[in-house]
Design a protein around this ligand. Sequence first.
Ligand SMILES: Nc1ncnc2c1ncn2[C@@H]1O[C@H](COP(=O)(O)OP(=O)(O)O)[C@@H](O)[C@H]1O
Ligand SMILES: [Mg+2]
Length: 455
Amino acid sequence: MKIIKVKSTAKKKRIATHTHIKGLGLEENGHARPLADGFVGQKSAREAGGLVAEMVRQKKMAGRAVLFAGPSGTGKTALALGISKELDHKVPFCAMVASEVYSSEVKKTEVLMENFRRAIGIRLKEKKEVYEGEVTELSPEETDSVPDIYGKSTCHVIIELKTVKGTKQLKLDPSIYDALIKEKVAVGDVICIEINSGEVKRLGRSDAFATEFDLEKEEYVRLPKGQVHKKKKIIEYVTLHDLDVENARPGGERDILSLIGQMMKPRKTEITDKLRQEVNKVINGYINEGVAELVPGVLFIDEVHMLDMECFSYLNRALESSLSPIVIFATNRGICNVRGTEMASPHGVPVDWLDRLVIIKTETYGLAEMIQILAIRAQVEGLKIDEESLAYLGEIGQRSSLRHAVQLLSPASIIAKMSGRDNICKADIEEVNSLYLDAKSSAKLLQKQKDRYIS
Ligand SMILES: Nc1ncnc2c1ncn2[C@@H]1O[C@H](COP(=O)(O)OP(=O)(O)O)[C@@H](O)[C@H]1O
Ligand SMILES: [Mg+2]
């Protein structure tokens, strides 16, 4: 069996409004600190979130679902993000918004399935043959026969590696020389070359070269024990979706053993149900052999009231399967119709579905908490603001919403700069507040001027 490095397909997302959230801010015993990890208040929801994270860690939560329910701007998305920060980075966390399923190009269930598989991790153990040691010699040999663009061409590279047990000279392919250059390998570094794939990893600088200065960035490592040529246990983390992408090939039959670890050139991939089943089969086989281990992660679906019956029944089935992550939903809806039906239900979630959910409520913030959150945001955005203005902004937040108040910070700082000041004062906030309407005042205005708008 060969497992070559699979490229990660994790979504890179920047949630700029939540950059201050670093975790859930809990104590060892699970109690929420008043202010920690960027989190203020919302104590019981944070503690409940901490329990969810702990159950994910203990793998007791797979196939279950949690719902964060509360008014807009009460920190539901922030809580989900906090849970993801509490987990080891090896536990996959995939976030999506329910409306993502309504794409004109892809089936709804397809979108859900893909995100499900992004949230299921696999830990693969494998023994690989490697050359490992400190580089004592590194010299490329050149030929003139087929010059490259620089007029030179490497035909092979001679490299000598040293371990505690001995040294070994290797004559390697030029492609490995490229990999050595990429990793910036020099004499005195400890490296590991994987024989099957030719992948080179620089482990650090040999501690024989360590200096007495502490200011260096360099990481020093011991001279490896054992022989230069050896078998080494390597552990890799991938998600089911990584494997799907890696193995997707438009059409054609495939050999099951070659499923994992095919280095493919990037191209438009088509992942079919059949392919997924094959990946599942192989993975289940590996799990039975003890080579692979399942790491159920977290799938976060925001605005869950946007899902329709088809999505819910699909989710129902997916959660029952043996390969399932924990699903966290969030919604700010009270009783409303399940999308696409005339059936009213709490949070827009079908009643039979509510039954399998654990519901965590989030509460609206009081003035003091709101001011604290605003102060954190100001600090994260690098803005200076005095107490009086913060208090005023807090009042605006109480009248409108936390999100509206947070959003006023940046324009207020621009106004302050335009008046040649570094710090935001109350007048700046009064000015932006008069320029921008919050949702509630806008609705009121519309009521008043009904006849002037088309409806
Ligand atoms: N308890 C809290 N502590 C710190 N920041 C918070 C807290 N609750 C919400 N926020 C911040 O307030 C803003 C709105 O919260 P958000 O999580 O988007 O609300 P929701 O998803 O419930 O509508 C975000 O910038 C969020 O990071
Ligand atoms: Mg949200």
